[in-house]
Unconditional design. Sequence first.
Length: 580
Amino acid sequence: MGSKNIASYDTANPNDAKTDCQDPILRLHRNESRTTLNPQFFAALDAKEWQRYPDASALAASLAVKLNVDPARMVITAGGDEGIDRAIRRALRGTRRKVLTHAPAFDMFPVYTQNAGGEFVGINWLDGDFPTDEFLRQIDADTALVILVSPNNPTGRVIPREAWGIILNRTGKLQIPVLADLAYTEYAAASPAEQLLKDPQVTIVRTFSKAWGLAGLRVGYLIAPNQQTADELRAMGGPFPVSGVSLGLAQLALETQSELMRQHVLLTQRLRDGLSELLLAVGAQPLPSEGNFVLARWNNALQVADTLRAKNIWVRTFAPPHPLADHWVRITCPETWDQLKRLQQALGLHSTSLGNAFAPTKELSTSDESPVELQPTICDPKSSAAASRTARVERTTKETTIELSVALDGQGLVDISTGLGFFDHMMTALGHHARFNLQLNCRGDLHVDDHHTIEDCGLALGTALDRALGDRRGIRRFGYAYAPLDEAVARCVIDLSGRAFSFVDLHLVRETIGSVATENLTHFFQSLAQNLRCALHLEIISGQNDHHRAEAAFKATALALRQAVKQIHREIPSTKGILS
């Protein structure tokens, strides 16, 4: 393992930049996720970020508060991998030469080790229990550093809590430093970070490249066990390893995007489950994963990769002498249900209804079990039953192109992209607090202004909710809610009567919030009521901050909708016997 193993379909492709812009390719070969930051965030940065040498202290301080550690322990690095390189070089300054980890793991571990004159030792851990006993046998007086990765890349496996304890007990007695790579820890069911932050031998490496979706910024960080170690790790890097722009955007993400990051993680976990079931259905052998990817064994792995590549879906394979060569494929979790459905169809599976569970063909599976549910069924909009209470809308005009799906009985999982950062924030609050699973992608004529985008999103959401409700049998019909946000309070009253009426008074003073004209927020609610065919009364009762007032309005609407759509009986909730 003396040099980096380049995968057959890895990142070294000169056309990547072009395909990223044109986006015809589903790139499931790189462990990236879509950023939560809107390009408009660049406008929020002080121009001095471009003009001065960067200062990472503000980001380090914010991370320290979030992690409840001394800021002196924080070391900001150019991505997590540069932090790994520093930790390995620091460990190999003395006479000890061995860097010990499990394998397969990150390809750069042996590269960094050998560049620093060390000896790399990888203990086999592909499947099954973590090899704790073998680690204990290998940890000796020549061990300079132990690296533990959880969840591990490329397998997605996690190290059990008891294994951490046993190994740290051994390394502590021999005063051997440990590097804990937690790059994917947000995707795991539980994180060992709290335990590891207290250990005097452990340095933790984290990154903004994975769950935060900011791989292009190249911002990572080390959490050293003490200030002395942190100072030594800082000395192993250049004077300004991360640009001021990257630091500013990472800081902005930390301050404003934490909830969106959390929702992205929840959605990825569900998509990961669906991906694993999909792989099982086509005869692959996926390993249990707690990363944002799944590693699966195929007898014809290269053929599978070639077939998918011909359909513009790229997955990661491994070239000799990599231990996963020939039979293994790593697939990054799709970012949306539509992407998972596209992969499903490319693998030869067909769903019985749009966006629903896949039903394996008889050639692929002879199981009599019910198909695995990937996400709620998308019903025929004209169906009166609408048992799944979900709908999908595709709306294309000369001004906007919108794809929207909604599940009324969801978990508040939201994926919003409209090109308007503040509006994305409001729609995220609406879906989350209504407990809808809501996916919205809008490409609008923002070069004109924001009016058409916001109006058409309101119309599309109203249409989708109307379709998902079907004949509205059994719903509560009425909903009302108050929602505060600091000094602001909003009240919303809704009647899903089948007749459209709206009274909206938001008392907004500013002309714009972010890049959104405040008058268009009123228009959004009017458009929503129009196509949802409901009576909507929404007003701000008090407040001074327009951001707070607007957000309180969206949250009050969400809570009122959550009440009104709830099914509580089997009758049409009207003395007329029909809602229209």
